[in-house]
Write a protein that binds this ligand. Structure first.
Ligand SMILES: Cc1cc2nc3c(=O)[nH]c(=O)nc-3n(C[C@H](O)[C@H](O)[C@H](O)COP(=O)(O)OP(=O)(O)OC[C@H]3O[C@@H](n4cnc5c(N)ncnc54)[C@H](O)[C@@H]3O)c2cc1C
Length: 459
């Protein structure tokens, strides 16, 4: 196991991968561009810098993110270990002292005899044959991004995400929505359609124009890709732009009236099971409180909407992973190159660390001549991988970054009371992670002592 592994980018994913590999005896060269070169969001010199909030979100394992925390802790994640050491009181959330968090990981990297830390900007994809992990994040430098685009095809690398809101299927009023595909295409009923009258549409346009928007970061140009303009920008451009755009009613007729609505909000499956639906073409920079105000009040059928995720548009370099990343985690066009972190289309500090964790295990098993089998899709880590491989999504899914959410998990085999569902998802994940670890001879720390409130599960 002589060959050294190059890790490009000392963020959440890169630091996790470098420490995990080094602690398994692999020689690692970690290339970090700071302090010589800095992305516009990075201010500190340390590794694993938290560029915005100091919260790693809920620690409650009944939430998908809390389950991810628990799995990473049990698998010995250096990032979660340091987060627990740097923890600050924040209710159910795992919040940290960001300097202690980054400082602790930086010290571990610097002191590790198996890691050579070089402060340099990598401008080209390493040519190999040594294996390398590219974990340069959402604000990857321009020249490396260009080299990556050359390797995967320019269309397969996005620089802005355009995220539309996702609503929980069971919270959509099916007495209003009608299932139909435009012109009866596909199975004829692949979409749920929410019809708007002219008055409802005009009111919606007014609210979009008035609604409060997220101010772009100074490094975010407010120039958008024509193909995915935020809906409020379309509304600004003309009162009927939406009605001839994402809300066009052509090819749709309300089966209850036989009439064609004035405008329609189309919902498309986010996951094969149809537990979550995204609002087609509704990428937006409206603030989250405004989305929660405007959409239920203006769009018939969404009055009781429960949001799996709200919309956003921001600078975010990411690959169309299902197309360009092979099942073994390497770039299809560069089998010595792995990608990890936000650049693979996961969203969030912990999701990025989890991605670095999995890639490190893949590299380790490859160096040991074994094939890596990821944790099952019923675990939080496995569910995140179902997103990156595309397995969680229907074939026509437009790949966009996501946090770990329950829509990425395979649905439970049986129907359960709503307030029991999360506890059952957690029980299933814990059972399957333990079985995977046993079969793969992977060390798994015991379940944490801490008991979280959960309903009595009737068998
Ligand atoms: C403005 C902004 C705010 C965010 N806020 C949050 C938040 O509040 N909560 C949350 O969970 N997530 C947030 N994210 C999303 C995301 O979780 C973080 O970006 C996360 O840090 C991604 O982890 P990563 O390891 O993929 O990349 P990063 O943590 O960004 O690490 C990439 C590292 O690579 C280095 N690098 C880049 N290019 C090169 C190069 N060519 N050569 C060498 N080194 C290089 C960078 O200096 C950096 O240290 C935010 C993202 C952005 C852009």
């Amino acid at each position: 196991m002589q060959r050294e592994v190059h890790v490009v980018g000392g963020g959440l994913a890169g630091t996790e991968a470098a420490l995990l590999l080094a602690e398994a005896g692999v020689r690692v060269v970690l290339h970090e561009q700071k302090p010589n070169v800095r992305s516009p969001a990075h201010k500190e010199d340390g590794l694993a810098e938290l560029v915005c909030s100091n919260s790693l979100r809920s620690d409650n394992p009944e939430n998908a993110i809390g389950m991810l925390h628990e799995e990473l802790r049990r698998l010995g994640s250096p990032v979660l270990e340091q987060a627990d050491l740097a923890r600050v009181p924040a209710g159910d959330a795992l919040a940290v002292d960001r300097l202690k968090f980054s400082g602790g990981l930086t010290a571990r990297v610097r002191e590790h005899p198996g890691i050579a830390l070089t402060y340099e900007e990598v401008r080209e994809l390493p040519a190999g044959p040594d294996l390398c992990i590219v974990a340069t994040g959402p604000l990857t430098g321009e020249s490396l991004a260009r080299s990556l685009a050359e390797a995967v095809g320019a269309k397969q690398l996005a620089f802005y995400d355009a995220i539309a809101p996702i609503v929980l299927g069971e919270s959509v009023d099916l007495s209003v929505a009608f299932a139909q595909s435009r012109y009866g295409k596909g199975d004829g009923a692949d979409y749920l359609n929410l019809p708007l009258t002219k008055e409802e549409y005009e009111r919606f346009v007014d609210e979009l124009r008035r609604g409060e928007k997220v101010k772009p970061h100074e490094f975010e140009e407010a120039r958008y890709f024509e193909g995915c303009l935020p809906i409020e920008v379309m509304a600004e451009r003309g009162r009927d732009v939406l009605a001839f755009g994402p809300m066009k009613p052509v090819g749709l007729h309300d089966p209850r009236t036989g009439a064609r609505p004035h405008a329609v909000v189309q919902l498309r499956r986010e996951d094969k099971a149809g537990t979550a639906w995204n609002l087609v073409g509704f990428q937006t920079r409206l603030t989250w409180p405004e989305q929660k105000r405007i959409f239920p009040t203006c769009i018939p059928g969404l009055q009781k909407a429960e949001w799996v995720r709200l919309g956003q548009v921001h600078r975010n370099t990411f690959l169309n992973a299902p197309q360009v990343i092979a099942p073994d985690g390497t770039l299809r066009s560069r089998p010595h190159v792995y990608c990890a972190g936000q650049i693979t289309g996961v969203e969030g500090y912990v999701e990025s660390a989890a991605s670095g964790h999995v890639v490190a295990r893949r590299v380790l098993e490859r160096l040991q001549g074994r094939e890596f089998a990821p944790p099952p899709g019923t675990t939080a880590i496995g569910a995140l991988l179902r997103h990156v491989t595309g397995e969680a999504h229907p074939p026509d899914y437009e790949y966009q970054p996501t946090n770990v959410v329950y829509a990425l998990f395979p649905p439970l085999a049986e129907k359960h009371r709503k307030n029991e569902r999360k506890a059952r998802m957690l029980a299933r994940a814990r059972r399957d992670l333990a079985a995977w670890a046993l079969e793969r001879n992977v060390a798994l720390a015991p379940l944490p002592e801490k008991k979280w409130r959960s309903p009595e599960l009737r068998s």
